[in-house]
Design a protein around this ligand. Structure first.
Ligand SMILES: [Zn+2]
Length: 271
């Protein structure tokens, strides 16, 4: 599933082709993906230029002259810019022809992704108001996690994966960051000291940044905007390594289920 780094990589890849571009013609090849695609949107979108493209949580936000396009990649979605000569592929559900002759294409075999169009900013902001802080922003720091976790017994891994608290820390990144911070995933979040939260924030940020630098990808069927697979999976410390020796101390990596998610840790390095 595309996680924050894949979405960030997609935005960085798309920006140079779509920023400032006018959308000349939009085609919906279905009337719904996860949510309905309203044909009335088409005349509102056509003729508008993409003035800004950025990421919020795992959404790709395209600000138009008037209104916003919000794209979500779901489980198997990808957004790419292709040459107009390139034929449409199966599962290309949305195509936006750009003024520069290229085509922005939304591809999603399993259709858990979506596009939403908002005519005004207030409605768009309302739709994303439930998201917590951005993990790579200045609002995400040890004091924030420390105060929010006092008197809570839930496992630390569940806290950092709660999108209302901090967005975009998916299962792989949570496992890897907890290893870097030497904290067990099941540790009660209310019992973690501020100094350990400092290490955890640094671990989350470095894990995400490393993955963005390597081009994103954590899944086999994800492609970034220029259809290059990413390389993050080659450097995982604990995720998916149950039964294998810890790269740091050679102790066997363990896995447990937390909220239905496989959680990997080294019982020696993490406490
Ligand atoms: Zn270890």
């Amino acid at each position: 599933m595309p996680e924050l780094p894949e979405v960030e990589t997609t935005v960085l890849g798309l920006r140079r082709y779509v920023a400032g571009q006018q959308i000349v013609n939009t085609t919906f090849h279905r009337d719904n993906i996860r949510y309905p695609l309203h044909s009335a949107w088409i005349e509102q979108i056509n003729g508008q230029s993409i003035v800004r493209i950025y990421r919020r949580a795992k959404l790709i936000v395209m600000q138009l002259n008037s209104g916003y396009l919000l794209w979500h990649l779901g489980m198997t979605g990808s957004l790419r810019v292709s040459q107009k000569e390139e034929p449409k592929r199966r599962h290309d559900h949305i195509e936006c022809q750009l003024h520069n002759g290229r085509i922005l294409r939304f591809h999603d075999p399993r259709r858990f992704g979506y596009l939403k169009y908002f005519a005004d900013e207030a409605a768009m902001q309302d739709s994303i108001a439930h998201y917590g802080v951005e993990p790579l922003s200045d609002d995400f720091h040890a004091d924030y996690l420390y105060h929010i976790s006092r008197n809570k017994k839930q496992p630390i891994k569940n806290l950092i994966m709660n999108q209302a608290i901090v967005v975009g820390v998916g299962n792989i990144y949570a496992c890897e960051a907890l290893f870097l911070a030497a904290i067990r995933p099941q540790k009660a979040c209310g019992k973690i000291s501020k100094i350990r939260y400092q290490r955890l924030v640094a671990g989350i940020q470095s894990t995400l940044k490393q993955s963005i630098a390597q081009g994103g990808t954590t899944i086999s069927d994800f492609e970034n905007a220029e259809a290059e697979p990413g390389y993050f999976q080659q450097s995982l410390a604990v995720y998916g390594r149950s039964g294998k020796p810890c790269r740091q101390c050679r102790t066997t990596i363990k896995s447990i289920r937390l909220s239905g998610r496989n959680s990997f840790y080294c019982p020696c390095c993490q406490r």
